[in-house]
Ligand binder design. Structure first.
Ligand code: NAD
Length: 281
């Protein structure tokens, strides 16, 4: 069994991005800029934004966080997005999700300029991904693809089962795997017999947010298991959706939590923002 080390690969990508920033600065006298919109007091959202800000600092980006109270109006957020769309120092706009219930998230994602949509959530970029065209791809699933590339895992013809079908994880993950010529099954909460699907898979990718959802008897010998889940267990420890201890014994490759897909997400956000800045310069 080999661990897919997202921590190591993310450091490598960060170093490449930092090089790219230096080059851009020397050629254009500008650095990539990322604007983050953070609404409310959710501790997890604040922690994620904090990590993203530190990563921006490490690679030499300009970054700004627009912190807004839980009670902020839809209109006020839209005005901020509009301002960021027009700001030439901002290359990427990120709306930290989830947003409070009174906010229309879909509408906000749709008004971000597609060329600044470094999270890849705008329908324009979703459509480009679905048709296999270049665009911005959501950071977490693209991070998984980078891990496959780093470890020379060929996806062509492989049976891949994606567990979880959200717009930010499962659906774009499935689109990327399909574009790489894997045979893809997408499962979700209403799937009748999850184990029947995962047991026959060469690759199981799970992002459901359920501790220990994938157990030893649900994967075949030699399977590749990608754990996208991030949960806190009863002791407050970060764990994924896979029973790592028992499942890892059967795998050819597996991602740990923490240290697997998580760090890749931030590394790809940096990569996407640099890409936006290069295109805007
Ligand atoms: P979500 O709640 O939007 O979607 C969860 C999906 O899982 C849904 O499609 C649902 O139908 C499915 N699901 C839930 N329970 C299931 C079950 N018992 N069997 C089969 N399918 C089930 O969540 P999300 O935003 O997609 O996040 C999923 C997980 O991935 C969470 O743990 C989240 O913290 C994690 N996540 C990690 C990263 C990262 O950087 N590694 C990024 C985003 C999300």
């Amino acid at each position: 069994m080999q661990i897919l080390d997202g921590k190591a690969l993310s450091k490598k990508i960060e170093a490449e991005v930092a090089e790219g920033v230096k080059k851009l600065k020397s050629e254009t006298s500008r650095v990539p800029g990322l604007a983050v919109i953070l609404v409310g007091n959710d501790p997890a959202s604040h922690a994620y934004v904090g990590m993203k800000k530190k990563a921006c600092d490490r690679v030499g980006f300009y970054s700004v966080t627009h912190e807004m109270p839980e009670t902020i109006s839809q209109e006020a957020i839209e005005q901020t997005i509009d301002m960021m769309n027009k700001n030439p120092n901002i290359d990427g706009i990120l709306i930290q999700l989830p947003l409070p219930k009174h906010i229309d998230t879909t509408r906000l994602l749709e008004i971000v300029a597609p060329q600044k949509d470094v999270d890849g959530f705008h329908p324009y970029n979703v459509g480009r991904l679905a048709t296999g065209l270049d665009g911005f791809v959501p950071c977490t699933p693209l991070g998984v693809m980078e891990l496959f590339k780093e470890y020379n895992i060929d996806l062509k013809g492989k049976d891949a089962v994606v567990v979880g079908a959200s717009d930010i994880v499962g659906k774009p993950m499935a689109a990327l795997l399909l574009n790489a010529n894997a045979t893809v099954t997408v499962t979700h909460i209403y799937t009748k017999d999850l184990a029947a699907h995962t047991r026959s898979a060469d690759i199981v990718l799970v992002g459901a947010g359920v501790i220990n959802l994938i157990k030893e008897d649900m994967v075949k010998d030699g399977a590749i298991v990608i754990d996208i889940g991030i949960n806190r267990n009863e002791e407050g420890r970060l764990v994924g959706d896979v029973d790592f201890e028992n499942v890892s014994r059967k795998c050819s490759y597996i991602t740990p939590v923490p240290g697997g897909v998580g760090p890749m997400t931030i590394a790809i956000l940096l990569k996407n923002t640099l890409k936006a800045a290069q295109a805007n310069s």
